[in-house]
Write a protein that binds this ligand. Sequence first.
Ligand code: SAM
Length: 290
Amino acid sequence: MTPLSELAQQQHYPQGALYVVATPIGNSADVTLRALHVLGLVDRIAAEDTRNTGQLLARYGISKPLIAVHQHNERAAGLRIVEHLQAGERVAYVSDAGTPGISDPGAKLVDAVREAGLPVVPLPGASALATALSVAGDWVATFSFIGFLPAKAKQRAAQLQQLAAHPHALVFYEAPHRIVETVDALAAAFGGERRLLIARELTKLHETLHGCTLAEAPAWLADDPNRQRGEFVVVVEGAAPQAAGEHDHDRLLAILLDELPVSSAAKIAAAITGASRNALYARALELRKD
Ligand code: SAM
C-alpha cells in the first residue's frame, strides 16, 4: 500500500496556481498531510495574520516568505499575488484558522486569481461549521450557514425576524463577548421551544457540546461564567414545516382579505399555494374575526 505521505505528493501541483489551504481550528494536529506538503512546496504563503501563521508554520517546521492578506487589503494584495503567480510561482493562502472564505478573507483573492485566468486549488481541512454539524444529530439534516449576526441589536433582531420562518437549521458563529446577547436574541425571535446545540472551543482543551432548548440556554450559560468563554458555533433548529406554512398562508390571506371577501381570498390563496381551499377558508374566517 502506498504510504499516505506519498499519496499527498502524488498529485500534480502546477506552478502559477493559488493553493487555498485549510488549517486547524484549535488543535494543530488537525492539519492534513496534503496541507503540510503544499505549504512546504509553495514559494510564498499569503496569510490573514502573518504573525499567527508564522507561529503555526514553525510548529510544522515550515519557513516561507509571508504576505499579509486581510479584509482591508484583500483586493490590492490580490493583485500582488497575481503578479507572483504570473511569474510562475506557487502561492498558498491560509486564514487565521479553519477554511479560508468561510467567515474569513479569501473570496476576493480567489476572484482576482480566477479573473487573471490562473488556477485556484482548494485543500480541504478543518472548519468550525462542519465540525459542529458533524456532531449535531439528525435534526440538522438540512441547514443554512448564517455566520456572524450583526453586532447592533436592532439589525440583529431584524435579520432574525427574516429567518424566523426558515425551515432549515441555522448555523451561527459567535465570539465570547456576544454569546449571551445572541442566545437571548435567538430566543426572543424564534421562541423558547426550538432545539439548539452550543459547540464551544471545538478541538481544544475545553471543548464543550451542549444541547438544550432556546428557553434553557440562557440559564445554562449563566450557571458557569467559563461557559461564556472561547469561540462558539450555535446551531438552531429550523421552523417546523407546518408553522412556516401557516405563517406564509396567514400573511397571504391577510393581504387578500384587505381587498376581498373571505371566499375569494380563500380561492385565490388555494390557487397560489396549492393548500386546501376549505382549510384556507376556515383560517380566513378566523383571521377576519381577529
Ligand atoms: N474560517 C473559519 C472556519 O472555517 O470555521 C471561521 C473563521 S471566523 C473568523 C471565527 C469564528 O469561527 C469564531 O468566532 C467561532 O464562531 C468559529 N470558530 C472558529 N474556531 C472555533 C472553535 N475551535 N470552536 C468553536 N467555534 C469556532
